[in-house]
Design a protein around this ligand. Structure first.
Ligand SMILES: [Cu+2]
Length: 522
């Protein structure tokens, strides 16, 4: 089938539409801030409503004299050699620093979008991972269904009628009536035509149902997990088990590390969202992860676990757990398993809500007496605007931030109904590991070849195409490229590190609807 025909078939399948998925929940678009050689660029990839489908990409050149930008999607399995040539991105009239282009994403899975920038400052390239997956099947709207049914009936009846008229009156001179023999033949022909139409409709229906069933089978669902907390001897331990045949059957590529961890797990207390933790469970076996919990207040918690597969596919697994009161012993679920002995020094937690209500200037007090501030215009769904936070020390001077888990800052964004969750860092909204695994594949290395364990350090590895520029220079401000996908109320936990301590600032955001009607991503 040609790409176009497949595209049409995908569209035809029960009026189905797909949205691509970026490894987070409910926020499909990818944001990137980084370097393409001598140029500093900001990239937004709006993933297509169908796969195969067209992604919209905008590239803003923030620094450097650029005059040409090309974009190229590289699928993880086919690599650079099996990918289509680069397409030019067109400059936007009236804005010489903005370029837009379109990319065909032909298959569900992870792509590296290669962005090449050329101009007076030379040539540079950046890779932005984009994940496309079908996540939804839309029902056909009733009025459209009735309209199509009426048109179809008109065509079917019309075809039978035309066959009858052709046989009955085809050879009859104008003005003469057809004889009874012709009329009888016409009736037989109409019967045959009706039979043929009925067969074609039945066949079409079978084809339609088959395409629809295949589409439903391939709908993206995050891996199912089962999580529970054991509290023995005052050391509550969280166990997360991947309980999904897609994983246990070994059909998926193993996991790889993101910033040195196989799993980044966030806990948020329900319903008030007044307790938060960011922990890193360690693998116990091929399906089970375990971590000693920090001293969190008792209650029900939403867990959100970010993982990245070696295919570059990033996803967020979620469940709800009950954390017991300190000192309360629960019946152990798994008496044989010993709790982990060490606690990851990068595990952090914070108890408390936002210090200031949503507004143009919001501040939060941090544990060490410093202050984090967020100044922003009114927030609008779908509007691309970086979230920028500044940190001031207790002495009122700009604080010097240190990298925390490889990045100058981390932000966890959660909508009040849990329908949107994003883990942001200053480079953007994607998993760094998605890009690294695709680059490793590009060098001919298909993976670790070992079940599940993190890849060993690779001395032959080429340096990543864009370095972690924000972490290289001291700063008191951090910026996360992002656009809230939908209107609503969000809570944001911003994590920075200062003088060796990880500090968490909590903010509430009220996001309005785009008056032009955009910003819908559900
Ligand atoms: Cu983490």
């Amino acid at each position: 089938m040609s790409p176009r025909a497949r595209h049409l078939a995908a569209l035809a399948a029960a009026g189905a539409a797909v949205v691509a998925f970026s490894g987070h929940i409910g926020s499909p678009n990818t944001f990137f801030d980084g370097d393409a050689g001598p140029y500093r660029i900001h990239v937004v990839v709006q993933v297509p409503p169908v796969v195969p489908g067209l992604a919209e990409i905008t590239v803003r050149v923030l620094a450097g004299r650029a005059d040409a930008v090309t974009v190229r999607p590289i699928f993880w399995r086919t690599g650079e050699r099996g990918s289509p040539p680069a397409d030019p991105a067109r400059p936007v009239p009236g804005d010489p620093r903005l370029f837009t282009g379109q990319l065909w994403l032909m298959e569900a899975g992870t792509y590296n979008v290669r962005i090449d920038v050329r101009g007076a400052d030379g040539a540079g390239a950046a890779l932005v991972p984009v994940t496309a997956a079908a996540t939804r099947r839309l029902a056909m709207q009733a009025p459209l269904g009735w309209l199509l049914a009426a048109l179809g009936a008109f065509l079917a009846v019309g075809l039978v009628w035309i066959v009858g008229a052709a046989v009955r009156e085809g050879g009859v001179p104008a003005g003469e009536a057809p004889d009874p023999r012709r009329r009888a033949r016409a009736r037989v022909a109409m019967l045959a035509a009706a039979g043929a139409v009925a067969l074609a409709l039945t066949g079409g229906r079978a084809w339609w149902n088959r395409v629809d069933a295949a589409y439903r089978r391939n709908l993206y669902r995050p891996l199912a997990v089962r999580a529970h907390v054991d509290a023995r001897a005052g050391a509550p331990t969280l166990t997360v088990a991947i309980a999904d045949s897609a994983w246990t059957s070994g059909r998926m590529t193993p996991l790889t590390t993101e910033h040195g961890k196989l799993m980044h797990l966030f806990l948020v207390r329900l319903p008030a969202r007044d307790a938060f933790a960011h922990v890193h469970p360690e693998p116990v076996d091929s399906t089970t992860f375990r971590v000693r919990l920090p001293p969190l207040p008792a209650g029900r918690y939403r867990i959100l676990a970010d993982i990245v597969h070696e295919s570059g596919f990033a996803e967020t697994l979620t469940d709800i757990v009950e954390v017991p009161a300190p000192g309360a012993a629960t019946a152990p679920h798994d008496a044989a398993a010993a709790p982990p002995t060490a606690t990851d020094p990068d595990d952090t937690w914070h108890v408390g809500g936002a210090d200031s209500p949503p507004g143009a200037l919001q501040t939060a007090r941090l544990e060490d007496g410093s202050t984090i501030a967020w100044r922003h215009p009114p927030l609008v769904a779908g509007r691309d605007a970086a979230l920028r936070f500044t940190v001031t020390g207790p002495d009122g001077r700009p604080a010097t931030l240190e990298p925390y888990i490889g990045m100058l800052g981390h932000a966890a964004v959660l909508r009040d109904d849990d329908s949107v969750f994003v883990h942001l860092h200053p480079m953007g909204s994607f998993a760094m590991a998605s890009r690294e695994t695709l680059q490793r594949r590009e060098r001919g290395d298909t993976g670790t070849g070992r079940w599940f364990r993190p890849a060993p350090a690779d001395p032959g590895a080429a340096p990543p195409m864009a370095h972690h520029a924000p972490a290289a220079r001291p700063a008191s401000a951090i910026e996360f490229p992002f656009a809230f996908p939908r209107p609503g109320d969000y809570r944001i936990w911003v994590q920075v590190k200062r003088a060796g301590h990880v500090l968490t600032g909590v903010f509430d955001a009220h996001v309005g609807a785009d008056p032009r009607g955009g910003g819908r991503a559900d």
